[in-house]
Design a protein around this ligand. Structure first.
Ligand SMILES: [Zn+2]
Length: 79
């Protein structure tokens, strides 16, 4: 009889352990999703304030709050 109790206890422990692993994995995946969307926002497309061209944010020239596709348009847009 004691052996059955130990088996049941072991089973409960395993189920609780697996459950916590699944919860942790789900939380990690959700955190990954948030990190990915943050990176996507940081490297997203911006619009040239002069000609309206869309370009990657890392390729854009910025003038305070506005973005431009090139030096020429930054100069023209700054007027
Ligand atoms: Zn432009």
């Amino acid at each position: 009889m004691g052996r059955v109790v130990i088996l049941v206890l072991l089973l409960v422990l395993v189920v609780a352990w697996v459950g916590s692993r699944i919860r942790r994995a789900r939380r990690a995946r959700a955190a990954d999703g948030q990190a990915v969307s943050t990176v996507r926002a940081a490297t997203g497309m911006v619009r040239c304030a002069h000609c309206g061209l869309h370009l990657p944010a890392q390729d854009a020239l910025t003038d305070g709050q506005r973005n431009f596709c090139g030096e020429e348009h930054r100069r023209l847009g700054a007027r």
